[in-house]
Each structure stands twice: as C-alpha cells, then as structure tokens.
Design a protein around this ligand. Structure first.
Ligand code: CAA
Ligand code: NDP
Length: 293
C-alpha cells in the first residue's frame, strides 16, 4: 500500500530546500526544515516568506493560503526534529559523502516506515539508498530550480526502490501540482545529462575566447530562445553544483566529452559560485549584474 504522507522533512535550507519546503507547505503538508547551520534555516524561512509574498502580489496564491502555509513550516534545528516525518527529502550540498553522513544520522531518528528521498542532481540513487537501512523505501525526487515556478520533477528509482515508494512519490508530486518524468538511475538522470554538458560547453566557449559572457548569453537567449543564457543559468544553479554534476558524469560515464571546463574549476576554487556568493560569471554586488570576463 502506498504510504500516506502528512509530514515532510527537508534537509538543507539552501535555494532548493527552501523551494521544496515552500511548495510542500502550500500543498497542505506539514513541513520541518532542517540545516546544519541554524542561520541557514532562518534565512530559508525568510526567503519562503518573500517568495510567497511575490506569489500573492501576482495573484497566484491568496494571502490566506500564504498565511496557512507559513504556519505549517517549523524549523528543525536538530535532525531529531524530523522524527515524525513520513517523507524526508535531502537537499544538501551535492557531495556524496555529505549526503551519506546525513542519511546515516537520519536513519537513526526517523520511523522505520518513513520514506527517504534525495534531491540530488546527479549522484546514484542506488548507491545513496545502499547507505541507508531502507533501500526499498528510498527514491530520487529531483526538483527543478526555481522550485515554485518549475513544473517538472524527475523521479528516479534505485535498483531496490519498491512499487509502494514509487507510487507514493507519484502521488506526492501530483499533489504539489507538478508533473513527473521517470528517469533511470544513471549519472545526472535526464535533465542534467543534457543540460549540464550544454552549460559546460558554453564555459569552454568562453574559455577559448569564442565569445564574451555577454555574447554567449545573448546568443543563446536570442538565437535559441532559451529563457536564460547558459552562463546566467550556471550562476543561478550554482557553479559548485554545476562542477559536481560534470564530475559525476565524467567519472560515472568515463567519457572525456564530459571533462569539466578548467575555467569552471577555477571559478569554484575562487569561491565564485554564482548568485549565492554574489559572484560568478557575473558580479551581482551592484545594481545590475556585470560580467566578470
Ligand atoms: C541543476 C539541477 O539539478 C536541475 C535544474 O534545476 S536545472 C535549472 C532548471 N531551470 C531553468 O532552466 C530555469 C530557466 N529560467 C527560466 O525558466 C525563467 O528565467 C524563470 C522561470 C526562472 C523566470 O522566468 P521569467 O519569465 O524571467 O520570470 P521572472 O520575471 O524572473 O519571474 C516570474 C515571476 O516569478 C517570481 N519568482 C521568481 N522566483 C520565484 C520563486 N522562487 N518563488 C516564487 N516566485 C518567484 C518573480 O518575482 C516574478 O514575479 P513578477 O513577474 O511579479 O516580478
Ligand atoms: N541549484 C540547483 O539548480 C539545483 C540543485 N539541486 C540539488 O539540490 C541540492 C541542494 O542544492 P542547492 O539548494 O542549490 O545548494 P545550496 O548550496 O543553496 O544549499 C545547500 C544547503 O545544504 C546545507 N548543508 C550542507 N551540509 C549539510 C548537512 N550535513 N546537513 C544539513 N545541511 C547541510 C548547506 O549549508 P552550508 O552552506 O552551511 O554548507 C546549504 O544550506 C544538491 O544536491 C543539488 O545538486 C537539484 C536541482 C536543482
């Protein structure tokens, strides 16, 4: 029987975690939001508040729905605060060892029947599941950024994921008013298998001097009708996440066509991770974003 989900835990209160908490609360789920850093939970809650206010001003959400949804989210400063959750979605930094540690701590506190999910962009669901005490109740639920605006969620079954977990996940995604695409568990699944090599190629195009940041983004926006240029999108996703996905593709598929661009590596090494650190291919510290190359 599919599990009835009432309370959802979210681990990682960064840009994706706060978006996931946002849409879950609006869909009527009780939500517990956890992060290693309590300040991150506070800023995540403030972001949710601001993004819901935007939705109210656009007439997408009523003031009453916003008020109720905000009331459904609690801050869980300790992982024990997730013990009552029926589903916990991990959305922390894209590093396998970080995620494994989180799941080890989580398994010790959640109910045995609770489902666990990862919002990973690229890492093997089968491997993450195998690090838990319940691989059959583990699944990839991969949201797209920005979560409140993007319709798609990828569902990724690990080798052991059982049918009830898959069914419960489909019902969950549908209740969030989103559409799922099912992806097999191979490096970076569907969206990022296609999108990230395109972004990496845009960075090579910059690295090799074929075009400036401005030209590359303008070319793809106006020449291919993309809503954002690839470098603007890379900054939006986070350059650390982009690099992590390319590394998973490169290692997992052992093909040199996935080699991360050295310029992407350099930006990450500089700590210029895009919008979240105020600097990436653009500098966001002024009134308008200014290209950094
Ligand atoms: C890396 C991974 O693992 C997977 C991924 O997610 S890859 C990334 C996938 N995402 C994309 O490719 C996004 C590409 N970009 C887009 O589709 C669009 O630029 C966009 C949807 C982000 C924005 O579209 P846009 O037409 O430029 O709209 P924009 O004017 O910025 O925003 C639309 C409205 O939504 C609001 N909005 C923006 N972000 C929001 C959020 N997080 N929550 C609520 N509202 C939000 C804006 O305030 C705006 O409202 P107003 O019109 O009242 O100002
Ligand atoms: N950005 C995107 O476009 C998308 C990202 N994803 C995936 O979502 C996940 C999160 O990405 P995103 O939100 O962008 O990243 P962010 O860097 O914005 O947020 C990650 C958050 O996780 C926190 N964190 C790190 N370690 C732990 C831990 N041990 N316990 C609890 N919290 C921790 C970080 O805290 P601190 O900063 O203090 O380390 C940070 O607040 C990644 O797996 C990413 O691949 C999926 C879809 C789209």
């Amino acid at each position: 029987m599919p599990l009835e989900i009432k309370k959802v835990g979210v681990i990682g209160a960064g840009q994706m975690g706060n978006g996931i908490a946002h849409v879950c609360a609006l869909a009527g789920y009780d939500v517990a939001l956890h992060d290693a850093d309590p300040d991150r939970i506070r800023s995540g809650l403030a972001t949710i508040n601001g993004n819901m206010a935007k939705q109210v001003s656009r007439g997408v959400v009523t003031e009453e729905a916003r008020h109720e949804a905000l009331g459904r989210i609690v801050a869980a400063e300790k992982v024990e605060g997730l013990s009552e959750c029926d589903l916990v979605i991990e959305s922390a930094t894209e590093k396998e060892e970080v995620k494994r540690k989180i799941f080890a701590g989580l398994c010790a506190v959640v109910k045995p029947e609770a489902m666990l999910a990862s919002n990973t962009s690229s890492i093997s669901i089968t491997r993450l599941a195998a690090s838990t005490d319940r691989p059959e109740r583990f699944i990839g639920i991969h949201f797209m950024n920005p979560v409140p605006l993007m319709e798609l969620v990828e569902l990724v079954r690990g080798i052991a994921t059982d049918d009830d977990t898959f069914e419960s996940s489909k019902q969950f995604v549908t209740r969030l008013h989103k559409t799922y695409a099912v992806a097999e568990d191979f490096p970076a699944f569907i969206v990022n298998r296609i999108l990230l090599p395109m972004i990496n190629e845009a960075i090579y195009t910059l690295y090799e001097g074929v075009g400036s940041v401005d030209s590359i983004d303008r070319a793809m926006k106006l020449g291919a009708n993309h809503p954002m240029g690839p470098l603007q999108l890379a900054d939006f996703i986070g350059l650390d996440t982009c690099l992590a996905v390319m590394q998973v593709l490169h290692e997992g598929l052992a093909d040199s066509k996935y080699r991360p661009c050295p310029l992407l590596v350099k930006y990450v090494e500089a700590g210029w991770l895009g919008r979240k650190t105020q600097r990436g291919f653009y500098d966001y510290r002024g009134e308008k974003p200014v290209p950094t190359r």
